[in-house]
Design a protein around this ligand. Structure first.
Ligand SMILES: Cc1ncc(COP(=O)(O)O)c(C=O)c1O
Length: 381
């Protein structure tokens, strides 16, 4: 008999996946996808085999848009786009559209880690980028706002709400940014883990493969009036927001299966009780891990300033005699695998261990991990 968490006859056939993305999906969602795999709602085909112009797929994408609009209370003045090229394509699309929006022809980039750095460097190909905080930070927090160098009237202010590799989360728009500056935010790794007010943003984008699905689709929520202000006529077709808005994200063949999975995740989030419930779960899961780190007497160390600790990506080192102990970290990863927990290796840029706690990870599963961490410490210190 298969149970709701993937046990068959008492044995787990699923591993616990703490990867940074693509990431674990809720088990019941996978079961549902399996049920629909050969014959989607009587169509006699998988949804991925049907035309994106079919009425069957039209309903999938319409339901997805309706659900995400409901979850985030997105007004009609914003377009919701399901695009390809990942969040990385947005690193180019945003400056191409908006870098010259204001006479300053400059965009302010708050660089707090690997991903915002990548975005800033990409934008520099197209025009003037002002790095709000000096280059060369160790990415263990966000420098004090008083030290920031903002432009007088930037075309937009860009930041990454959650640095997936460095484990740094900025949970709201920095208060120092004037209200009339368009805000652009990469929410790839914390999107749909907390409620937020979309009307404070001009553009929010997020890859699906962390908190709401699989790779192949990036969600872009964008102010329609801002798109109309674009004057750049040299934007590649595939990156042009207006074309995708006018064509309901179907200017070319969209990633149908990825949109179908996103649609299921949106429905799943609603079933959980919406973002309020998801937010509480994210608090619980991350607190479990941070408490375990804090109570380890320096055995586990997370280097991020407390205020900016990410709830979705927690990098840490195992330390002996004051230095990271790579041997012990390798053993940790090996024994975790033996205990059915995978994808815990830290990103090569920071090393050590990284725990990702996206929406597909339950509080129970996070508890399993911290139990393992405690036992590992007892056995190795
Ligand atoms: C915060 C952040 N932004 C952007 C990206 C790039 O996303 P993609 O690989 O979908 O282009 C990632 C990928 O992990 C990410 O974590």
């Amino acid at each position: 008999m298969t149970t709701t968490d993937g046990h068959i006859n008492g044995h787990s056939v699923r591993k616990l996946n703490f990867g940074a993305g693509p990431a674990q999906l809720p088990y019941e969602l996978l079961e549902n996808v399996k049920d629909e795999f050969l014959n989607y709602h009587g169509a006699g085909a998988n949804i991925m085999e049907l035309s994106h112009r079919s009425s069957t797929f039209a309903k999938v994408i319409q339901d997805a848009e309706q659900d995400i609009r409901e979850i985030l209370s997105i007004p009609e003045s914003y377009a919701v786009l399901f695009l390809q090229g990942g969040a990385t394509a947005q690193f180019s699309a945003i400056p191409l559209h908006f870098l010259n929006l204001k006479p300053s022809q400059t965009a302010d980039y708050l660089v707090t880690g690997y991903w915002s750095e990548k975005a800033a460097k990409e934008a520099e190909k197209f025009g003037k980028v002002n790095w709000v905080v000096p280059k060369g930070s160790k990415y263990q927090g966000v420098p004090a706002e008083a030290s920031w160098k903002l432009s007088a009237d930037p075309s937009y202010f860009y930041y990454c709400a959650n640095e997936t590799i460095h484990g740094i989360e900025v949970d709201d728009i920095p208060a120092i940014i004037p209200k009339d500056v368009p805000i652009v935010c990469d929410m790839s790794s914390n999107f749909l883990t907390r409620p937020f007010d979309i009307t404070k943003f001009s553009v929010v984008f997020a890859s699906a493969q962390k908190n709401f699905g699989i790779s192949g689709v990036v969600l872009v929520i964008i102010r329609k009036d801002l798109v109309e202000k674009n004057t750049n006529k040299s934007i590649p077709l595939i990156l042009e927001y207006k074309i995708q808005i006018d064509n309901g994200s179907m200017y070319n063949t969209p990633p149908t299966f990825a949109i179908y999975i996103a649609s299921k995740m949106f429905a799943w989030i609603k079933q959980q009780g919406g973002l309020k419930a998801i937010n509480e779960g994210a608090d619980k899961k991350s607190s479990l891990v941070y408490q375990t780190i804090e109570q380890s007497n320096g055995f586990y160390v997370n280097f991020v300033e407390k205020k900016y600790r990410s709830r979705t990506n927690i990098p840490f080192r195992i330390v002996t005699n004051g230095v990271p102990d790579e041997k012990l970290e390798t053993l940790f990863i090996k024994e975790a695998i033996q205990s059915n927990m995978i994808e815990l290796k830290g990103h090569r840029a920071v090393g050590g261990i990284r725990v990702s706690l996206y929406n597909g990870i339950s509080v129970k599963e996070a508890t399993q991990l911290v139990n393992f961490m405690r036992t590992f410490q007892t056995n190795n210190s």
